[in-house]
Design a binder for this molecule. Sequence first.
Ligand SMILES: [Zn+2]
Length: 613
Amino acid sequence: MLELQRDGLTGNLDSIYKVVCGPDNGWLGGTGDCWERGPYWIDGLVPLAYILNDQKLKAKVQKWMDWSFENQRPDGYFGPYPNKDDTPKIKGTQQTKSEDWWPKMVMLKAIQQYYSATGDERAIKLLTSYFKYQLKTLPQYPLNNWTWWGQQRGGDNLQIVLWLYTVTGDKFLLELGELIHKQTFDWTTVFTNNSLRKANPYADLHCVNVAQGLKAPVMYYQLNGGVKYKNAVREGLDALRDVHGFVNGMYGGDEAMHGNDPTQGSEFCSAVEMMYSFESMLPVTGDLYYADYLEKLAYNVLPTQADDKFLRKQYYQQVNQVLVTNEHRHFDCDYISSTVFGTTTGYPCCLTNMHQGWPKFVQNLWYATSDSGLAALVYGPSVVKAKVAGGVEVEFVEKTEYPFSDRIEFTCKIKKPAKFPLHLRIPSWCAEARISNKTGIIQKGKGGEVAIIDREWKDGDVIVLELPMEIKLSRWFENSLGIERGPLVYALKIEEDWKERKTPEHEDPFWEVFPTSPWNYGIPARTIDSMDFRVNAGSKIDPMPWNLKNAPIQISTKGKRIPYWGLYENSAGKIPNSPYPRRDLGTPTDDIILIPYGCTTMRIAEFPVVDLP
Ligand SMILES: [Zn+2]
C-alpha cells in the first residue's frame, strides 16, 4: 500500500495537484494556497518518505521543512506570512487569513514526525519558539479568532505541545497546554452529556471535527490526570456507534452528523483522522479497544475509498453502496460528485488529507514498553529495529498475511541473547490465541488482553501467534445484519462496471461505478439460525488484495432478493426492517458470496433479514 501511494497521488501530488501543492504554495513562500492543503499532504508524505527510505520523496519533504525553518519570524510565528493578499485565487479553495492557527496544527504534526525520523534540531527550535509565540498571542487572538476549525481541532495542537515537553522538559509548555485546552471546544462534555445521542436534529457537529476531537480529552488527560478525560472518549464512541454507527466502524457524517442509515456518507478525512486519533490515544492509555478499532478502519474502510492505483478517491463512501455516479444523494452536504472516484471531486480536502492513512498506520504497529521490551499492538507485515533491555539492539521480522490469515510469525534477530518481554495484543474478537515455538504451544492468550512473552531471546528464535477467527453477527440500522470475521467486515459480492467520465466542473476525469449483478438481497433468518456461513480462503494472496478480482476470502451463504427494495435518490432505498414481514417475496433462495468489505466497491454490508414463511 505504501508503494502504491508512492507511485500514486502521495508521491506525485505536487504535479497532479500543482495548483495547490506545487511550488507556488504559501508554505513554500509562494502566493498560492496558504491554508491546510499543503500541510495535509506533507503530514502523510513525511512518514511515507522515511518509512520507504525514498530519497526522491525525502527531497520533496525537505523543501517544505526547510522553508518553515528558514522563514520563521523572530517572534516565533511560522508559516505563510500574514498581510498577504488573502483572497482566494484558486477555484474551489477556501482561503482564509494566513494567521489562522488551524493549518499550523497540521504542519506541527508533520514537523514532529520529521524530527522523529531525522533528529534535525531545527525542528525543536522552531516548535519551541512557535509555542512561546502561542503562549504570548493566544490570550489576545484565541484559537477560534481566525476560523472555527482552530477551536474545534485544538487537541491536535495540544498533542504536539505535550510531545515537545517529553523531549525538552520546558515548563512553559505545560502552561501553554492548559491555555490551549481552555480555548479548545469542550469535547469531554460533548462525549459524556448525551448530545451525540440526540436526533431530530442530530448534534450540530462536523464529521471530521468529531474524528479529530476524539483524541482531545485523552491528550489533556496526560496533563491533568483526571480519569474523566480518559473515560469520556470511550463513552463518546459508544454514543457515536449507537446513533450514527455503521458495521465498518465509521459513522454517518456527510458534513454534519447524519445518523446510521447505511446510505449516509462517511468522509475520507473522517476515516484517516479517526485512525490518527486512535493511534494517538493507544500509546497514552494502553487501551486495546483503540487498537482493535484502528485495525477495523485500516482493513475495511481505508482500502476501498481510493482506487487500486491510489490515483483517485471518493469524498464519501457508503456502507450500502450500489451506485457510484455524478448525481445527487441524500447527504447533508450534497456535492454532486461526492461518491465518484476522482481527484478534486467532492470537496478537495480529502485529496490532500488521505495520505496519512497507511503510513501512520505502519508507524503504529510497534511500540516500546515501560518494562524495557517491545509491543506489537497492531498487526501487519513489518520489520522493526528497536532497543530493548536497557539498550540492546533487536530486530523482529513480522511475517503474515493478516488480516486475511490468522497466523503471524515473528523472527528475532539479535547479536547476543538478551532477556526482555515481547507484548502481543490479543484482539477482543479472538476467544483464545495460541502462541507457539518449534517445541509447540508455549502460551495461550485471552481476547482483549496482552500476552507477554518474557524470556531470553536468541538470534533466530521464531514465535507464531495464531488468532482463530469466528463469524460474528451484529445488528445495525433497522435491525439490519452485519457479518464480521476477525478484523474483517464482509459484504455482498456485486459485479461492477467502472466507466470513466469527464465534466466541465472537474479538470480531471473520474470513475463512475455501476452494479452488473443484483444487490437487493436479504439474508434468510434460517441461515442465521443455522450459522450457514462457509469460509473459503484462497491459498495465495495477491500483492493488491483489495479488489473484487483478488478478494482472498469468500464466504458462501444464502440470500433472498427483496423485489420491493430499489433505488431512492441514487442510493439503495430505505432498508426493509428486519425481520422483513412474513410474506411470500416470490423470489427463490439463492447462493450468494460475501467478500471482505475492503475488496468491494459495489456492496451491501448491512443486510435486511428475511423471515421466511
Ligand atoms: Zn475531506
